[in-house]
Design a protein around this ligand. Sequence first.
Ligand SMILES: *Cc1c(COP(=O)(O)O)cnc(C)c1O
Length: 403
Amino acid sequence: MNAPVPSTVPFPSSAEDPVPLIDLKPQYQNIKDEVDETVQRVFESQGFVLGEDVSNFEGEIADYCDSRHAIGCASGTDALILALKALDVGPGDEVITTPFSFFATASCIERVGAIPVFVDVKEDSFNIDPDAVADAITPRTRAILPVHLYGQCADMDAICRLAVKHNLVVIEDAAQAIGSEFQGRRAGVLGTVGCFSFFPTKNLGGAGDGGMITTDDAQLAERMRRLRVHGDAGRYEHLEVGMNSRLDALQAAVLSVKLRHLDSWTEGRQRNASWYQELCNHEKLEDIIQLPETLPNRRHVYNQFCVRVGEGLRDSVLSSLREQKIGCAVYYPKPLHLQPCFAHHGYKQGQFPVSELLSEDIMALPIFAELTRSQIERVVTGLSKAVHSARENKTWQPVKKAA
Ligand SMILES: *Cc1c(COP(=O)(O)O)cnc(C)c1O
């Protein structure tokens, strides 16, 4: 117990060791001294909500994303709600978004009383299809809410052109995409407002919940700052009814320490992705496992590494990997337009074929930065084994095309 911890802990692994989908412990072990010192400092100060730690961290995020303003809040979900509220998106307004995302992308629209209008995604990037967005614009459309899914930016050029043409605002759901780039510019400054999450499993994860909003618009920034503290303009002068959505000092302080390591962790994720590419090619898995594509002019930060498997094979591949103690998961098994809570909008099965197909054939593999080459090898060997019997039995199908 309590042996001194070297600064970089080698990840213990052998051919039989489980490979978790994500394990946050090795990351903590590597930065334990810095984090523990910071936590202790915040406790000594007994300042737990907002304050200097939060404003310093907001400045660091603004620098990191190259935005003029950054506003900390309680979660990524709240970041989206605060952005919509500050932009006066409300009852009767339509917000165009993707059905292939985490639930909060659409629930925040519903929460402010607006109407989520779903359009399908592209098969190459899993991100919202700008042509489909164009077709969905009506006189009631107020905003486009693209998601940079798994850490790769949506086609922001085409989306912003549409926004300018139709006088719409663009809210980036960048919860999975801190540090992701589109044409050399960072997620969070590509639209009107950028929304980030510091949920522990995101690329920059706190010791609990947290969120951040970025924008270049000073007025909007001021309003979001006010909305996060009950619309208080100062001295208990409430200009409007806001929320209680503040970032904790403890979170900000820990995140500030972790931000210094984010680029090296991102490089680790990218290195793991390239190992998957190399090893899957070597195993000749390309006909049955489709690896994610990085589109030109993007920096993919791989919050998730999601592959598609041949038609009808996902469940057997998942259970084989689980038997082999290799972590895997499905993000997301049910597209948002088919969620029971959105049934009143009247969407039907079959309406968004790409999103529906992806929800049936996509699966996430371990990608966290501290994975070793031998662990990635073990995952690929496991994958190969998982699809082997399907191949032998000639029951395998190539990855299906939606169109
Ligand atoms: C995580 C996530 C959110 C919500 O963030 P929380 O901090 O969990 O509220 C929103 N959108 C997407 C795409 C996410 O992945």
